[in-house]
Design a protein around this ligand. Structure first.
Ligand code: ATP
Ligand code: MG
Length: 343
């Protein structure tokens, strides 16, 4: 699965929950977050080592796990990764995950981990957050590896999370990606869930919140988790209580917006250059998304071509993404309103 959703919609919370469930069910769980510009080989190496070491402790999986360690040793030298202690003790086996091309080596390693897990009667769950920061080559290698796993029916599953564009990126990397993955969308909470997210923590603290106050927060936040958490946080700190009223909620709205503007939204805008800020300003000036490139160019009095670099850079910073039909939209919910508040 690749969980697709805008910023602050709860993808990481879901990944962590999935990881907890998998651990509870006895799976080997590996969690990595893909930072911008880091190689997948380096990111996965420590987790693959941990998985193989853990499986090498199971008698039935020992032989395969030792072969896995040999492959890992080759992999580390092929990708110039600092090796830890244990690998040293296995003799290298030429031709095993040592090409230095992730397309070939990663599937080989995943297969060995999958076979060792199968022999040990276990499964390996790999959780990868911020998948949109993986390079096309790395994403492609990951898809090839999972394809091989599926072909051999081995107990390895990948759950990734990231911005909506990863569905298209995966499809461009490997055409069979769409058959391999489910792409569950992670959007705003529905009203009932939004109300629960607000009310339950309050009631757990032996306090109350009126239905009107709940409605106001759940509706005006459109169910976006980052937004209702922030507003509820401010209300809890400001309200006299023990019952939070609609007045408390209303009186805390401006402060909540200010907190988000200074925090959740500002951290995004600060990563943009002046020219890029002009670009997103023009987008927000056109109303709510999605936005046609032609309209943005016209609003800025520039040619579409001349805006290509800015567009590409803002996308790579995870700020905007191109929707399926060549339109653009913000990766951060309610960002256009924030921009318009900045005047
Ligand atoms: N199911 C939920 N119920 C209540 N609050 C939630 C839920 N999921 C997420 N949140 C809250 O929303 C905020 C954002 O969640 P999270 O970090 O998981 O988002 P994300 O989609 O991973 O964002 P990003 O793309 O920026 O990484 C957090 O404050 C979290 O507490
Ligand atoms: Mg996240």
């Amino acid at each position: 699965m690749l969980l697709l959703g805008l910023r602050g919609t709860g993808k990481t919370v879901l990944l962590n929950e999935i990881g907890r469930n998998a651990e509870r069910d006895g799976f080997l769980v590996s969690r990595v977050e893909s930072p911008e510009g880091e190689s997948l080989a380096r990111l996965l190496y420590p987790e693959m080592r941990r998985a193989i070491r853990s499986l090498s402790g199971v008698e039935a999986a020992k032989q395969i796990a030792i072969r896995g360690l040999k492959a890992l040793r080759n992999f580390a030298s092929a990708f110039k990764i600092e090796m830890g202690g244990v690998e040293i003790s296995v003799e290298p086996e030429p031709g095993l995950a040592d090409t230095g091309d992730l397309q070939y080596d990663l599937p080989e390693l995943f297969i060995l981990i999958g076979r060792a897990a199968q022999a040990a009667g276990r499964g390996w769950v790999l959780l990868i957050d911020e998948v949109q920061y993986l390079s096309e080559a790395d994403l492609s290698a990951l898809i090839v590896a999972m394809h091989r796993i599926a072909q051999e029916g081995l107990p390895v599953i990948l759950i990734g999370a990231g911005l909506p564009q990863i569905a298209r990126l995966a499809g461009e990397a490997k055409s069979y990606a769409e058959r391999l993955f489910l792409y569950p969308p992670v959007g705003p909470l529905d009203q009932a869930s939004a109300r629960q997210a607000i009310e339950k923590p309050i009631v757990d603290e032996d306090a109350q919140i009126t239905p009107e106050a709940l409605d106001l927060i759940a509706e005006r936040t459109k169910g976006y988790p980052f937004f209702l958490q922030e507003w509820a946080f401010v209300v809890w700190n400001n309200a006299e209580g023990p019952t939070i009223t609609i007045a408390d909620a209303d009186n805390s709205y401006a402060e909540t917006l200010a907190l988000l503007d200074e925090g959740f939204f500002k951290v995004r805008i600060d990563r943009l250059t002046r020219a890029e800020v002009q670009f997103v300003k023009a987008m927000a000036g056109l109303g709510d998304g999605p936005y046609a490139m032609a309209d943005i160019a016209q609003a800025m009095g520039r040619s579409q071509g001349s805006l290509g670099p800015a567009r590409a850079s803002i996308i790579s910073k995870g700020m905007i993404y191109s929707t399926d039909h060549g339109y653009l939209d913000f990766s951060v919910p309610l960002f256009a309103e924030f921009m318009r508040r900045q005047g």
